[in-house]
Design a protein around this ligand. Structure first.
Ligand SMILES: NC(=O)c1ccc[n+]([C@@H]2O[C@H](COP(=O)([O-])OP(=O)(O)OC[C@H]3O[C@@H](n4cnc5c(N)ncnc54)[C@H](OP(=O)(O)O)[C@@H]3O)[C@@H](O)[C@H]2O)c1
Length: 284
């Protein structure tokens, strides 16, 4: 089967390697061609335009950074929507975006009788490469059931959330927990350091309590200068912004997450955007 991936950043590239490994004919398109070309050694074909990709495949995965990027690859002239054809069975959007954007994609595709599922993921590139992602699925239940076998090739946990929009909100709520926890531990570490206590002592103590998981998950990620980037801080700032926007749309305040959003935005402005999000610590 021919499948296409629009966006070969960290996650889209890992998904391409996974699908190619499983024996699918994988086509990719990326705004920056050189990043897509790096996948050729994994028997992945590079399309020079989105039009070319759409004409070749039956399933399209969208894996780009944010609301604007999704709208650009989907609705701009001569991109996905303009070129959609009867050969296309399914469009999946894995990008973390606000619910409204996925609703717009769903409604546009429904007019053309093309199946759509929103499918934001938990886990990073190692999980994507091994088919171990957790995938929130929003959309018609029958469609979830229809494509469950295919989705289980890329996701270890498929979590059906309800109609389109609900998967995005589950993803934003889950991510805001992670980013708020990483910031909270960063502040705790900074506080003890100011009083001459080794951060390792704090982490060791936490390991004797229910904060063990937090200490083990984020301790090294915060403190080790060379800890590799698993998830860019700029994307965390974006997700927190979307969570706050989604709450505002319902006239709900998220006081803690708003403060956290501003901290991550500031860290991004201070040149930490490409670092792992746990490096928000360096702003403090
Ligand atoms: N990394 C993770 O661990 C992780 C985990 C779960 C979910 N996510 C979500 O998955 C999505 C992708 O993340 P990532 O880590 O792969 O990000 P990334 O490495 O920064 O890649 C972003 C991708 O989006 C493309 N893009 C950005 N703006 C665009 C535009 N206006 N038009 C067309 N393409 C555009 C980029 O193209 P260029 O190469 O040309 O810049 C690139 O392919 C994000 O929504 C992120 O929040 C990431």
């Amino acid at each position: 089967m021919q499948v296409g991936i629009v966006g070969t950043g960290v996650m889209g590239s890992a998904l391409a390697r996974r699908l190619s490994y499983l024996g699918f004919d994988v086509y990719v398109w990326n705004r920056t061609l050189s990043k897509a070309k790096m996948l050729e050694k994994y028997k992945v074909s590079v399309a020079l335009s989105i039009k070319e990709l759409v004409e070749k495949v039956e399933i399209i995965h969208i894996f780009v950074s944010d609301n604007e990027a999704v709208k650009s690859v989907f609705f701009s002239k001569d991109t996905i929507y303009d070129n959609i054809n009867r050969k296309i069975k399914l469009v999946l959007n894995h990008s973390t975006v606000t619910p409204q954007v996925n609703i717009e994609l769903y409604e546009a595709l429904r007019e053309k009788n093309i199946d759509f599922l929103e499918a934001p993921v938990m886990g990073s590139w190692p999980e994507a490469e091994k088919g171990k992602l957790h995938i929130f699925i929003g959309g018609d239940k029958e469609l979830f059931e229809k494509y469950q076998d295919y989705l289980s090739k890329i996701g270890e946990v498929l979590f059906y959330t309800g109609k389109v929009g609900t998967a995005s909100i589950m993803k934003l709520a889950s991510n805001m927990m992670l980013f708020n926890i990483a910031l909270s531990l960063s502040e705790a570490i900074k506080l003890v350091e100011e009083y001459g206590v080794e951060p390792e002592n704090l982490l060791e103590y936490f390991k004797k309590t229910w904060l063990k998981t937090v200490s083990e998950r984020y301790g090294r990620r915060i403190l080790d200068e060379n800890y590799p980037t698993r998830f860019k801080l700029s994307l965390a700032a974006k997700d927190l912004t979307y969570a706050v926007q989604a709450a505002t749309a319902k006239r709900k305040a998220l006081p803690l997450t708003t403060a956290s959003m501003n901290t991550y935005l500031l860290a991004s402005e201070h040149g930490l955007g490409e670092r792992d999000y746990a490096k928000v610590y360096l702003l403090l």
